[in-house]
Design a protein around this ligand. Structure first.
Ligand SMILES: Cc1ncc(COP(=O)(O)O)c(C=O)c1O
Length: 422
């Protein structure tokens, strides 16, 4: 039965406060494959995470036992599919501690969640001379949508700077919060630097001036416990494929009063209450924002992924990843010519680095031959690269199933890079 993945899961799992990494690894089938004849060392988790068997099974069970369209049918399967979809929404709501399922909108990804807010909340409030404030460590997904609406409305995009360690300069951010600021849109955790921003404090600064805050939680959501009510955010965007779930499913949390007041984003089926040729009226939340047939199995898979994370336990995951980050930092610092980009005091699960006289693409290509998957490039954060004066970095990014031995494998592969370029 798809609605209840809990009883069905066969994962070796981990329960308790300490993460048993061998048991976790047993739950991720892809980690057992080899690449280029070597064991896979997957360190590209900030781009997307691998999926546990529980998620793969939930997707397969959905199509084997439940597939039908949601919300529209009186027949048996439609009821099961609707229950599965809505149960996934409740799982997401609990994970982020939102107050109501009405505050959880399923989207395609974090990018769409941010665009939804830009177009249906901010655009109408933006006039010539108004401002949108972001930070200098944003992913392109939290830059370009704001540029588009600013250009259209004659408004200005302002950018709060970061220091040489990759930390936000809070005084500067505060100075940039003015009576022209219509929204502050800021990442919870940088995908290029690993910096974790003090969101609760930032929200207080913005709310003191009645400025709403959207937080891009794409990275934070699978590394840190997130409580949208404790943080006080107005909107929180997340993306399923980084949360160990499927691609094509994203989440927008929005405070109910704000979502109520916003017009729809896309028009079509399911988002309406009534349609005539003269006029249409809108469905209740959250369906007003879910036009057309949704990504039902994506939501079901995301629900299963969050169930899995909950079984392992986010505090245990965070502690394990903290240990890995400290260890990986040592490994990289011990390699001559390696320089870490992003050394904030509050940082999680990202090791971005450059190597003297070696282009990051060459690093990535050589370590790949050793079975080590890292990402090289600008990580969809070109302004961050500009800030640090580098064209690109190599980035190893961690997830719950990584081990110290894998970081040793990265270190050994980087020694090979040094030999090639010696
Ligand atoms: C910080 C951050 N924001 C936004 C995104 C966009 O996620 P998606 O492409 O799933 O919408 C990413 C993905 O890399 C990210 O790391």
């Amino acid at each position: 039965m798809v609605t209840s993945t809990r009883e069905m899961v066969q994962d070796a799992g981990v329960r308790g406060r300490v993460l048993d990494v061998d048991a976790v690894r047993a739950d991720f089938p892809i980690l057992h494959r080899r690449v280029h004849g070597k064991p896979l060392v997957y360190l590209d988790n900030a781009a997307t995470t691998q999926k546990p068997q529980a998620v793969i099974d939930a997707l397969s069970r959905y199509y084997t036992e439940a597939n039908a369209n949601v919300h529209r049918g009186v027949h048996f399967l439609s009821g099961i599919a609707t229950d599965a979809y809505e149960s996934a929404r409740s799982t997401v709501r609990a994970y982020f501690n939102a107050g109501s399922d009405r505050e959880i909108v399923f989207t395609r990804n974090a990018t769409e969640s941010i665009n939804l807010v830009a177009h249906t909340f901010v655009r109408a409030r933006l006039g010539a001379g108004d401002e949108v404030l972001i930070s200098a460590m944003e992913h392109h997904s939290n830059i370009v949508p704001w540029q588009l609406v600013c250009q259209e409305r004659g408004a200005t995009l302002r950018v709060a700077p970061i220091d040489d360690s990759g930390e936000l300069i809070l005084d500067e951010l505060e100075r940039l919060l003015t009576d022209r600021t219509r929204i502050l849109a800021i990442t919870h955790m940088s995908n290029a630097l690993g910096t974790v921003n003090p969101i609760a404090a930032i929200v207080k600064l913005a709310h003191a001036r009645e400025i709403p805050v959207l937080v891009d939680g794409s990275q934070a959501a699978y590394h840190l416990p997130v409580d949208v009510r404790a943080l006080g955010v107005d909107f929180y965007a997340a993306t399923g494929h980084k949360l160990y779930g499927p691609t094509g499913i994203g989440v927008l949390y929005g405070r109910e009063a704000l979502l109520e007041a916003m017009p729809p984003f896309l028009g079509g089926g399911d988002m309406i209450a009534s349609v005539t040729f003269e006029k249409s009226t809108w469905n209740v939340l959250p369906y007003k924002f879910e036009a057309g047939t949704p990504h039902i199995e994506g939501a079901v898979g995301l629900g299963a992924a969050i169930d899995y994370i909950n079984r392992v336990g986010l505090p245990a995951i965070a502690a394990h990843e903290r240990d890995l980050l400290a260890y990986g930092t040592q490994v990289l610092e011990s390699i001559p010519g390696v320089r870490l980009i992003g050394t904030a005091r509050e940082k999680a699960s990202i090791l971005s680095f450059v190597m003297q006289d070696v282009h990051p693409h060459d690093i990535g290509t050589i370590v790949d031959r050793e079975g080590v998957a890292i990402r090289t490039g600008h990580h969809c954060a070109q302004p961050v690269m500009d800030r640090f004066g580098v064209p690109a970095t190599a980035r190893a990014s961690l997830a719950m199933y990584n081990t110290r031995a894998e970081l040793d494998a990265l270190g050994a592969a980087l020694e090979k890079v040094r030999e090639v370029f010696a």
